[in-house]
Design a protein around this ligand. Structure first.
Ligand SMILES: [Zn+2]
Length: 145
């Protein structure tokens, strides 16, 4: 378990601004950052696991529903009972130990919490885990080392 709750709320809020800036960039740049998040949260080895795919199928969902680009936004009033189960049973147990419970509440909070921890993490292991996200933000010009 990596999660540390000590990061400052201001850094979290700044993460929302960074995502807002990201959304103004060409879609290929958005894909660079969201793909990095997907690699961290659901690496291909996990996503392609027969057991994980079977659980998603049993819930009537595709595992691709977990991709950050498909994650329900804070504005999604209802994303369906099957999708909710997919998130509750498969996504939340992966997100919470890494980024905390709040990160699992919506796409926006997921981004902001990952951003905040990529800045404030003190655990070398967490810093290393989140480094592809930082590298993606650098690659699209939204942050520096
Ligand atoms: Zn927030």
């Amino acid at each position: 378990m990596f999660y540390q709750i000590e990061h400052t709320p201001l850094v979290h809020e700044y993460g929302h601004l960074v995502e807002a800036a990201l959304l103004t960039l060409p879609k290929r740049m958005l894909n660079i950052v969201y793909s990095a998040m997907d690699e961290i949260l659901w690496p291909p080895s996990w996503r392609q696991s027969p057991a994980i795919r079977a659980r998603a199928t049993a819930l009537g969902c595709s595992i691709d529903g977990l991709l950050v680009s498909n994650w329900p936004t804070i504005h999604a009033a209802n994303h369906g009972p099957h999708r909710s189960q997919l998130i509750d049973l498969l996504a939340v147990p992966r997100i919470t130990p890494l980024l905390g419970e709040y990160a699992a509440t919506s796409a926006q909070e997921l981004f902001a919490e990952m951003f905040a921890l990529s800045i404030d993490a003190t655990s070398p292991q967490l810093i290393n885990t989140l480094s592809p996200f930082r590298s993606a933000l650098i690659a699209v010009g939204l942050t520096t080392k």
